[in-house]
Design a protein. Structure first.
Length: 224
Protein backbone atom coordinates (compact mmCIF):
# COMPACT_ATOMS: atom_id res chain seq x y z
CA UNK A 1 0.00 0.00 0.00
CA UNK A 2 1.41 3.36 -1.08
CA UNK A 3 0.83 6.19 1.38
CA UNK A 4 -0.08 9.54 -0.21
CA UNK A 5 -0.44 12.93 1.47
CA UNK A 6 -2.76 15.55 -0.03
CA UNK A 7 -2.66 18.76 2.04
CA UNK A 8 -5.82 20.84 1.90
CA UNK A 9 -5.32 24.46 0.90
CA UNK A 10 -8.51 25.28 2.80
CA UNK A 11 -6.16 25.99 5.70
CA UNK A 12 -3.60 27.88 3.60
CA UNK A 13 -3.20 31.63 3.05
CA UNK A 14 -5.70 32.38 0.26
CA UNK A 15 -3.88 35.60 -0.60
CA UNK A 16 -0.72 33.66 -1.48
CA UNK A 17 -1.90 30.32 -2.83
CA UNK A 18 0.94 29.83 -5.33
CA UNK A 19 3.47 30.39 -2.54
CA UNK A 20 1.54 28.05 -0.24
CA UNK A 21 1.56 25.29 -2.86
CA UNK A 22 5.32 25.53 -3.14
CA UNK A 23 5.58 25.14 0.65
CA UNK A 24 4.12 21.62 0.27
CA UNK A 25 5.74 20.57 -2.99
CA UNK A 26 7.06 17.39 -1.30
CA UNK A 27 3.45 16.21 -0.91
CA UNK A 28 1.83 13.88 -3.43
CA UNK A 29 -1.21 15.99 -4.33
CA UNK A 30 -2.75 19.35 -3.45
CA UNK A 31 -6.30 19.01 -2.14
CA UNK A 32 -8.64 21.74 -3.38
CA UNK A 33 -11.99 22.06 -1.61
CA UNK A 34 -14.78 23.56 -3.71
CA UNK A 35 -17.84 24.61 -1.66
CA UNK A 36 -20.94 26.36 -2.95
CA UNK A 37 -22.83 27.36 0.24
CA UNK A 38 -25.66 25.04 -0.84
CA UNK A 39 -24.46 21.45 -0.47
CA UNK A 40 -22.38 22.62 2.50
CA UNK A 41 -22.68 25.83 4.59
CA UNK A 42 -19.48 27.42 3.32
CA UNK A 43 -18.21 29.16 0.19
CA UNK A 44 -14.67 28.81 -1.12
CA UNK A 45 -13.27 29.07 -4.65
CA UNK A 46 -14.43 28.16 -8.14
CA UNK A 47 -13.38 27.33 -11.67
CA UNK A 48 -11.27 30.40 -12.55
CA UNK A 49 -9.11 29.98 -9.45
CA UNK A 50 -8.67 26.24 -10.01
CA UNK A 51 -7.69 26.82 -13.63
CA UNK A 52 -5.01 29.28 -12.56
CA UNK A 53 -3.80 27.02 -9.74
CA UNK A 54 -3.39 24.16 -12.22
CA UNK A 55 -1.11 26.40 -14.28
CA UNK A 56 1.23 27.22 -11.39
CA UNK A 57 1.01 24.28 -8.99
CA UNK A 58 4.05 22.01 -8.53
CA UNK A 59 1.58 19.25 -7.56
CA UNK A 60 -1.37 17.64 -9.34
CA UNK A 61 -4.68 19.03 -8.14
CA UNK A 62 -6.97 16.76 -6.14
CA UNK A 63 -10.29 18.62 -6.43
CA UNK A 64 -13.06 17.79 -3.95
CA UNK A 65 -16.45 19.11 -5.02
CA UNK A 66 -18.77 19.79 -2.10
CA UNK A 67 -21.40 21.29 -4.36
CA UNK A 68 -24.85 20.73 -5.80
CA UNK A 69 -25.17 19.51 -9.39
CA UNK A 70 -21.73 17.87 -9.75
CA UNK A 71 -23.09 16.08 -12.84
CA UNK A 72 -22.72 19.39 -14.65
CA UNK A 73 -19.73 20.91 -12.87
CA UNK A 74 -17.33 18.03 -12.29
CA UNK A 75 -16.29 17.72 -15.97
CA UNK A 76 -15.62 21.46 -16.05
CA UNK A 77 -13.07 21.08 -13.25
CA UNK A 78 -11.42 18.28 -15.19
CA UNK A 79 -11.17 20.58 -18.20
CA UNK A 80 -9.78 23.33 -15.93
CA UNK A 81 -6.75 21.18 -15.11
CA UNK A 82 -7.62 19.00 -12.13
CA UNK A 83 -6.02 15.56 -12.26
CA UNK A 84 -8.47 13.98 -9.83
CA UNK A 85 -12.08 15.08 -9.37
CA UNK A 86 -14.14 13.91 -6.41
CA UNK A 87 -17.90 14.39 -6.28
CA UNK A 88 -20.35 13.47 -3.55
CA UNK A 89 -22.57 10.41 -3.82
CA UNK A 90 -25.26 12.38 -1.98
CA UNK A 91 -25.25 15.15 -4.61
CA UNK A 92 -24.85 13.28 -7.90
CA UNK A 93 -27.87 12.32 -10.00
CA UNK A 94 -26.02 9.70 -12.07
CA UNK A 95 -22.73 8.85 -10.31
CA UNK A 96 -21.67 6.05 -12.65
CA UNK A 97 -22.29 8.07 -15.78
CA UNK A 98 -20.39 10.99 -14.23
CA UNK A 99 -17.43 8.81 -13.23
CA UNK A 100 -17.21 7.45 -16.76
CA UNK A 101 -17.33 10.96 -18.21
CA UNK A 102 -14.49 12.06 -15.93
CA UNK A 103 -12.38 9.08 -16.93
CA UNK A 104 -13.02 9.89 -20.59
CA UNK A 105 -11.44 13.29 -19.87
CA UNK A 106 -8.31 11.48 -18.62
CA UNK A 107 -8.69 12.36 -14.94
CA UNK A 108 -9.16 10.18 -11.89
CA UNK A 109 -12.81 9.80 -10.94
CA UNK A 110 -13.54 9.67 -7.22
CA UNK A 111 -16.68 9.47 -5.12
CA UNK A 112 -17.09 10.96 -1.64
CA UNK A 113 -19.33 9.88 1.22
CA UNK A 114 -20.41 11.91 4.23
CA UNK A 115 -19.80 10.29 7.66
CA UNK A 116 -23.34 8.90 7.94
CA UNK A 117 -23.51 7.56 4.37
CA UNK A 118 -22.79 3.82 4.23
CA UNK A 119 -20.36 2.30 1.75
CA UNK A 120 -22.37 -0.88 1.18
CA UNK A 121 -24.67 0.50 -1.59
CA UNK A 122 -21.56 1.05 -3.72
CA UNK A 123 -20.05 -2.38 -3.06
CA UNK A 124 -20.79 -3.74 -6.55
CA UNK A 125 -19.88 -0.51 -8.33
CA UNK A 126 -16.42 0.26 -6.94
CA UNK A 127 -14.64 -0.60 -10.20
CA UNK A 128 -16.21 2.52 -11.69
CA UNK A 129 -14.08 4.73 -9.43
CA UNK A 130 -10.38 5.38 -8.96
CA UNK A 131 -10.81 6.51 -5.36
CA UNK A 132 -13.34 6.56 -2.54
CA UNK A 133 -13.17 9.60 -0.25
CA UNK A 134 -14.56 8.95 3.21
CA UNK A 135 -15.35 12.13 5.12
CA UNK A 136 -14.42 11.83 8.79
CA UNK A 137 -15.97 15.16 9.72
CA UNK A 138 -19.17 16.78 8.48
CA UNK A 139 -18.12 18.55 5.28
CA UNK A 140 -18.02 22.31 5.19
CA UNK A 141 -15.30 23.59 7.50
CA UNK A 142 -11.69 22.81 8.27
CA UNK A 143 -10.27 22.32 11.75
CA UNK A 144 -12.92 19.87 12.98
CA UNK A 145 -12.18 16.84 15.18
CA UNK A 146 -11.93 13.38 13.61
CA UNK A 147 -15.06 11.23 14.06
CA UNK A 148 -13.65 7.96 15.42
CA UNK A 149 -16.88 6.16 14.60
CA UNK A 150 -15.83 6.33 10.92
CA UNK A 151 -12.93 3.92 11.44
CA UNK A 152 -15.02 0.77 10.84
CA UNK A 153 -16.28 2.24 7.54
CA UNK A 154 -12.69 2.77 6.42
CA UNK A 155 -11.94 -0.89 7.12
CA UNK A 156 -15.15 -2.03 5.38
CA UNK A 157 -14.19 0.00 2.32
CA UNK A 158 -10.69 -1.44 2.22
CA UNK A 159 -12.09 -4.96 2.52
CA UNK A 160 -14.60 -4.35 -0.28
CA UNK A 161 -11.80 -3.10 -2.56
CA UNK A 162 -9.99 -6.40 -1.93
CA UNK A 163 -6.65 -5.69 -3.56
CA UNK A 164 -7.89 -3.62 -6.50
CA UNK A 165 -6.12 -0.37 -7.41
CA UNK A 166 -8.72 1.91 -5.86
CA UNK A 167 -7.45 4.45 -3.37
CA UNK A 168 -9.13 5.08 -0.02
CA UNK A 169 -8.88 8.75 0.90
CA UNK A 170 -9.77 10.11 4.33
CA UNK A 171 -10.57 13.78 4.87
CA UNK A 172 -11.31 15.45 8.20
CA UNK A 173 -9.35 15.84 11.42
CA UNK A 174 -6.25 14.00 10.21
CA UNK A 175 -3.03 14.77 12.07
CA UNK A 176 -0.02 13.27 13.78
CA UNK A 177 -2.14 11.96 16.66
CA UNK A 178 -4.32 9.68 14.52
CA UNK A 179 -2.83 9.12 11.06
CA UNK A 180 -1.24 5.81 12.10
CA UNK A 181 -4.58 4.48 13.35
CA UNK A 182 -6.35 5.61 10.18
CA UNK A 183 -3.68 3.99 8.00
CA UNK A 184 -4.09 0.73 9.90
CA UNK A 185 -7.84 0.94 9.30
CA UNK A 186 -7.14 0.88 5.55
CA UNK A 187 -6.71 4.42 4.25
CA UNK A 188 -3.85 5.15 1.87
CA UNK A 189 -4.44 8.80 0.90
CA UNK A 190 -4.72 11.42 3.60
CA UNK A 191 -6.06 14.95 3.47
CA UNK A 192 -4.61 17.20 6.15
CA UNK A 193 -5.25 20.92 6.30
CA UNK A 194 -4.68 22.68 9.61
CA UNK A 195 -2.30 19.90 10.69
CA UNK A 196 0.00 20.91 7.82
CA UNK A 197 -0.54 24.62 7.24
CA UNK A 198 -1.01 25.35 10.93
CA UNK A 199 2.65 24.57 11.55
CA UNK A 200 5.71 26.71 10.91
CA UNK A 201 7.08 24.16 8.44
CA UNK A 202 4.38 22.54 6.28
CA UNK A 203 6.88 20.50 4.25
CA UNK A 204 8.36 18.94 7.37
CA UNK A 205 4.87 18.08 8.62
CA UNK A 206 4.05 16.38 5.30
CA UNK A 207 7.15 14.20 5.67
CA UNK A 208 6.31 13.46 9.31
CA UNK A 209 2.73 12.44 8.55
CA UNK A 210 3.88 10.19 5.72
CA UNK A 211 6.45 8.55 7.98
CA UNK A 212 3.93 7.91 10.75
CA UNK A 213 1.54 6.23 8.31
CA UNK A 214 4.26 4.22 6.58
CA UNK A 215 5.75 3.07 9.89
CA UNK A 216 2.35 1.91 11.13
CA UNK A 217 1.67 -0.10 7.98
CA UNK A 218 5.18 -1.57 7.92
CA UNK A 219 4.92 -2.66 11.56
CA UNK A 220 1.53 -4.22 10.93
CA UNK A 221 2.77 -6.08 7.86
CA UNK A 222 5.78 -7.44 9.74
CA UNK A 223 3.47 -8.94 12.34
CA UNK A 224 5.13 -7.12 15.22
Amino acid sequence: MVIRISPSILSADFVNLEHELHRIENADWAHIDIMDNHFVPNLTIGLPVVKRLAEVSPLPLDVHLMIDNPDHWAPEYAKAGAKSVTFHYEAASAPIRLARELRSLDVRAAIALKPATPIEPLADLLDEFDMVLLMTVEPGFGGQSFITGCLPKITKTRNLIDGRDIWVQVDGGIGADNIAEVALAGADMFVAGSAVFGTGNPAAEVDYLRKLANDAVATSNSGE
